[in-house]
Design a binder for this molecule. Structure first.
Ligand code: G3P
Length: 223
């Protein structure tokens, strides 16, 4: 399973890239706003910087709410850089925009996907990625990962050339479950990526190896 980083923070991206496991980045207007990005020009500069750091898809979301506005923004955003993928929401306007821009060859990440029916519509329109939001479904008392599993089944059963991107990942267990249900990608916040590196038994093991090594060294140096 591939791992994308879910952030617009350049320092987090720089640090994550050093781990060598990140093959893409996803952003959204909330993540951009968190970094002080408030217009498309600033969003573009950040994305061009991200493209220098990561050699994979970079998802950038439209902010327009009507189909015409989304299509215009999608065309503009897609021209920023060859790595850019345009995030369009799972709404009537979003599907109308997907119907236009997917035909033009623009790669789309169908975002805010909360149902199998929404996923079917995106798959039929030819989106490159479908993003079910796991954590937000869990927040509402639904099984977010069950939706990921259903979409994986849909895409494989009908052979849609669409990747299933588990999004709204909140903790390392979400990543484990995404692997188990066969998601193609999980997009993870930096904090979760760091949590994935950690196991207390690894720390204990290192401590023990170091102590034993030092003890043996001391014993050998005694007369
Ligand atoms: O990839 C979508 C993600 O950014 C949403 O995450 O935690 O705001 O639900 P969250």
């Amino acid at each position: 399973m591939e791992l994308f980083l879910d952030t617009a923070n350049l320092e987090e991206i720089r640090q994550a890239v050093r781990l060598g496991v990140i093959s893409g980045v996803t952003t959204n207007p909330s993540l951009a706003a968190k970094e002080g990005i408030g217009d498309l020009e600033a969003y573009k500069s950040a994305v061009l910087e991200i493209a220098r750091l990561v050699h994979g898809p970079i998802s950038v979301e439209v902010t327009a709410l009507d189909a015409e506005g989304m299509v215009a923004q999608a065309r503009d955003i897609a021209a920023w850089h060859p790595q850019v993928v345009v995030k369009l929401p799972s709404t009537v306007a979003g599907f109308q925009a997907m119907a236009v821009v997917c035909k033009e060859g623009i790669r789309v990440n169908q975002t805010l996907c909360f149902s199998l029916n929404q996923a079917l519509l995106g798959a039929r329109l030819g989106v490159a990625f479908i993003s079910p939001f796991v954590g937000r479904l869990d927040d509402e008392g639904h099984q977010g990962m069950a939706l990921v599993a259903d979409i994986v089944h849909l895409v494989r059963r009908y052979a849609y050339p669409t990747k299933v991107l588990a999004a709204s990942i909140r903790h390392p267990l979400h990543v484990v479950e995404a692997m188990r249900v066969g998601a193609d990608i999980a997009t993870v916040p930096f904090k979760v990526l760091m949590q994935m590196t950690h196991h207390p038994l690894t720390d204990v093991g290192i401590q023990r190896f170091t102590q034993d090594w030092e003890k043996a060294g001391l014993a050998r140096s005694r007369p």
